[in-house]
Ligand binder design. Structure first.
Ligand SMILES: Cc1ncc(COP(=O)(O)O)c(C=O)c1O
Length: 367
């Protein structure tokens, strides 16, 4: 079909009328980086992929078996999730992180990413994100039309959020409602907070009654298995985000969970109301299979311990990456960490998005 334009510029087709918030929005950066990597590999380049957080491991056998056994589950389930799964997730957090909760505190969704979008939609307040960060938090805020307050971090603190930075932001307007996203083990740096830092961050969060969204999707993959949830120190204000995508190797199954404290039930209920008008419920067979994953057992623990061992050995990839960066002919007199600092802080050299950084890397042929 060809489009003909009449004198008034009318093509005869519906004109392009996009919501202002999504104009100029491109597909997720992680997907764009993946496509760029594939193109460079096709050209014969030696590429180490740090884009998509895709697990290299298969889904644990008992969980696959549970999915097979439940392939016939065809009914719409409750919007908040299968009762048995919500109970299993609550018990999992009780077992792993000593969190006092039950199935009523859990909301299940088609991936934690979708739940993050819902919380930003229903919560009325500032969204505060430490930078650098996973690439989807900010575009989600943009789609909803919510401004982001960036929290600065520094290389000398391994890009972790310092309690002083959070204090400074909150003290500037103490009564303002805030949703702070804390992500650890951290994407992209891998940094994880120790107990002392979590305790101090929790003190600040409590002082300013911040809602802390703790994105612990990589928690089980902490190399030494010593992940601690900030919910242990700030139980009344922390929502734990988790799911099957990383530790269970099932990103494509699309199942995420949020676990709320009792006093944030109003947020859970508002998110469930929006979910009931949008995705309705998460896939039934996947939810039945996920019960097995969250109930756990020796086979799953052994799978996790093997995954952690292998991942901790992959540090050499990270070190090779930094060696590679040091050999790049940077145009100005900056060391690598300062350069990344500039990238994340949107500074002078204009590499202000991860995809631009990858294009920049791809433009050099270092052998
Ligand atoms: C830090 C972080 N949080 C959340 C997600 C989304 O996970 P899900 O598959 O549960 O939507 C990802 C996925 O890459 C991630 O890296």
């Amino acid at each position: 079909m060809t489009s003909e334009t009449n004198n008034s510029g009318n093509t005869g087709y519906p004109s392009v009328n996009l919501n202002l918030n999504v104009r100029g929005l491109t597909p997720s950066t992680t997907l764009a980086i993946n496509e760029l990597s594939a193109k460079l590999i096709e050209q014969g380049r030696d590429i180490i992929k740090f884009g998509l957080g895709q697990s290299p491991f298969p889904v644990p056998r008992p969980v696959v078996e549970a999915l097979k056994e439940n392939a016939h589950q065809k009914d719409y389930l409750a919007v908040k999730g299968l009762r048995e799964l919500r109970d299993a997730v609550a018990q999992y957090h009780g077992r792993k992180h000593s969190i006092q909760c039950n199935g009523d505190n859990v909301l299940v969704g088609p991936g934690s990413k979708e739940l993050m979008f819902l919380i930003q939609l229903v919560y009325y307040g500032d969204l505060c994100i430490p930078t650098p960060s996973w690439v989807s938090y900010e575009p989600q805020a943009r789609i909803i039309g919510r401004p982001v307050r960036w929290l600065r971090t520094q290389a000398k603190h391994n890009w972790g959020l310092m309690p002083e930075e959070l204090e400074e932001l909150c003290a500037s307007d103490p009564d303002r409602p805030r949703l702070v996203i804390l992500n650890y083990p951290h994407n992209p740096t891998g940094y994880s907070y120790g107990e002392d830092k979590l305790r101090r961050l929790a003190e600040v969060a409590r002082r300013y009654r911040v809602v802390m969204l703790s994105d612990e999707i990589y928690g089980e993959l902490h190399h030494t298995g010593q992940h601690t949830s900030i919910a242990e120190y700030y139980p009344e204000g922390t929502i734990i985000s988790s799911g099957l995508s990383k530790w269970c190797g099932a990103g494509g199954w699309r199942l995420g969970t949020f676990t709320f404290p009792d006093n944030l039930h109003w947020l859970l209920d508002a998110m469930a109301a929006v979910a009931s008008e949008t995705f309705t419920a998460t896939s039934a067979p996947i939810q039945f299979a996920a019960v097995k994953a969250f109930v756990g057992g020796p086979e799953i623990e052994s799978y996790l311990s093997t995954s952690r061992k292998i991942l901790s050995q992959l540090r050499f990839c990270r070190n090779a990456f930094f060696r590679y960066l040091r050999r790049l002919p940077f145009p100005c007199d900056m060391n690598v960490s300062k350069r990344i600092d500039c990238c994340s802080l949107n500074s002078a050299d204009r590499i202000n998005r991860s995809i631009n950084f990858c294009r920049f890397l791809g433009s050099f042929d270092v052998t």
